[in-house]
Design a protein around this ligand. Sequence first.
Ligand code: AMP
Ligand code: ZN
Length: 138
Amino acid sequence: MIDCLFCSIAEKKIPAKIIYEDERVVSFMDIAPANSGHLLVVPKMHYQDIEDIPDNALQELIIRVKKMAKVLGKISQGVNIVQNNKKAAGQAVDHVHFHVIPRYETDTLQFWKSGKYGSEDDMDKIANKLKNIISEMN
Ligand code: AMP
Ligand code: ZN
């Protein structure tokens, strides 16, 4: 039995402000919002992160993310979709989830600061490394 916050929310063992639910997915208010209306979209089944969730479950999940983005689009001027994987990337809850965050032209939210490569060669090196990984995947 996994001790998981989002499993517990999906199973209604602990309270959350659920705004949408169907057979596969639950969507609820993030308790510490980046902006008012910040939603989480969570599969009812437990998967740790994007690498763990099967393709068909991810397809079902992203369709619900789109639905919630459309909902938030009615109350805001834009929407960010954020998805963190593993501690280094800021994943605090080890149950795969998408953040859907409403945006306003006047807000000051910033998710990352743009950087730059030292040289084009540096950029080519990492690009080639990634292409090699892809070519070795089945
Ligand atoms: P992440 O950092 O991507 O794992 O995001 C986890 C999110 O879960 C954070 O934005 C938290 O604010 C949110 N969160 C943590 N506990 C709860 C809770 N009990 N109800 C709703 N949202 C929560
Ligand atoms: Zn879980």
